[in-house]
Design a protein around this ligand. Structure first.
Ligand code: NAD
Ligand code: TYD
Length: 352
């Protein structure tokens, strides 16, 4: 079996669902169920004996040790993190704790466990660390896309904490020989995405007739990847990736934020027309995010060349599926919009 951390979040949840669709290997899912963790996303596997959910913190060394000793996983896939840049600006402490200390705790537990393994089990063991393109910093308009050998220049508390975790993972391989792989992926989108991030926030605000808050001039560029393509990239790395290697994962899909918002409005106009007129009437420019990175772009040639991975979805197919999913799953959205989430909206948007 494999141990997944953060498997009740957006990407981890999609990964667990996809994993069990693709094969019968059981998954232990360790998740602290922060505001971003949601067991409703895993409702379809609630009674599936291949899924063992453990409510707990990756910083809890005794718990991680116990899970490893009891279940003897052949791999750890580490998603658990604080993941939202705006939240990291308002409260960086949680990011250092989970992303840095939590990764450190997992690495130490994995190292102790791996040391006890022998022969083929020791040879096969993998620790896969899920990271982000944001560690490379911000690109100028004509810079080439990020490659695996680019220097780290993280600019936000979020990306700095992820960069720190990447460095720990690298060091645990170089110093202790722990068999690690790392992926640095671009912005994901798709089902079960918490509506604090750009795409689900715009869809849910539009449907509620609320303003669509575009930061600054809306010309910041992100490189969008449909979430199940990220999941397939991680499965490919687990299966064929070289120990100690880093793989950049992206969709070759650079788009300015304002274009994304217009695409969403057009799709909603088609799929759920509003009598008041096009949803684009709700677009509202607001004060920019401090230190806002201008452009991210991933050069995903290494994973294609070495491991044969390419995304299956285009932006057009992925974004349509995403809007359709949100329209069909309004109850999921309503249920994550708890009191705590409403308070976040006030903290982030009231003063803009
Ligand atoms: P998310 O915020 O949706 O989910 C994070 C999950 O981790 C939640 O279920 C939460 O409960 C859990 N968690 C948080 N702290 C924990 C702790 N201390 N112990 C155990 N569980 C804890 O995040 P996501 O968007 O699914 O991102 C998953 C991973 O992928 C992160 O490592 C992130 O840095 C990385 N990543 C995300 C994107 C993206 O576009 N979302 C892109 C590239 C990489
Ligand atoms: P986000 O989804 O928070 O991802 P990240 O900051 O990790 O790339 O934001 C994506 C882009 O959208 C980013 O440039 C910030 C911008 N954005 C807005 O313009 N308005 C919003 O309300 C949000 C949440 C993001």
């Amino acid at each position: 079996m494999i141990l997944v951390t953060g498997g009740a979040g957006f990407i981890g949840g999609n990964f667990v669902l996809d994993w069990l669709r693709c094969n019968d290997e059981p998954v232990i899912n360790l998740d602290a169920l922060t505001y971003a963790g949601n067991l409703e996303s895993l409702a379809s596997i609630k009674d599936d004996p291949r899924h063992i959910f453990v409510h707990g913190d990756i910083c809890d060394r005794a718990l991680v040790d116990r899970l490893l000793a009891e279940h003897k996983p052949r791999a750890i896939v580490h998603f658990a993190a604080e993941s939202h840049v705006d939240r990291s600006i308002h409260g960086p402490g949680d990011f250092v704790r989970t992303n840095v200390e939590g990764t450190f705790t997992l690495l130490e537990a994995a190292r102790a466990y791996w040391t006890t393994l022998e022969g083929a089990a020791k040879e096969a063991f993998r620790f896969h660390h899920v990271s982000t393109d944001e560690v490379y910093g911000s690109l100028g308009p004509n810079d080439p896309a990020f490659t695996e050998t680019d220097t780290y220049e993280p600019n936000s508390p979020y990306s700095a904490s992820k960069a720190a975790s990447d460095h720990l993972v690298r060091a645990w391989h170089h110093t202790y020989g722990l068999p690690v792989t790392t992926s640095n992926c671009s912005n994901n989108y798709g089902p079960y995405h918490f509506p604090e991030k750009l795409i689900p926030l715009m869809i849910t605000n539009a449907l509620a007739g609320k303003p669509l808050p575009v930061y600054g001039d809306g010309q910041q560029i992100r490189d969008w990847l449909y979430v199940t393509d990220h999941c397939s990239a991680i499965r490919t790395i687990l299966e064929k990736g070289q120990v100690g290697e880093v793989y950049n994962v992206g969709g070759w899909n650079e788009k300015p934020n304002i274009e994304i918002v217009h695409v969403l409005c057009t799709l909603l106009d088609e799929l759920k027309p509003d009598v008041a007129g096009s949803y684009s009437r709700l677009i509202t420019y607001v004060t920019d995010r401090p230190g806002h990175d201008r452009r991210y772009a991933i050069d995903a040639r290494k994973i294609e060349r070495d491991l044969g991975w390419r995304p299956a979805e285009t932006f057009e197919t992925g974004i349509r599926k995403t809007v359709e999913w949100y329209l069909a799953n309004q109850e999921w959205v309503a249920n994550v919009q708890s009191g705590a989430y409403r308070q976040w909206l006030e903290t982030n948007y009231e003063a803009r």
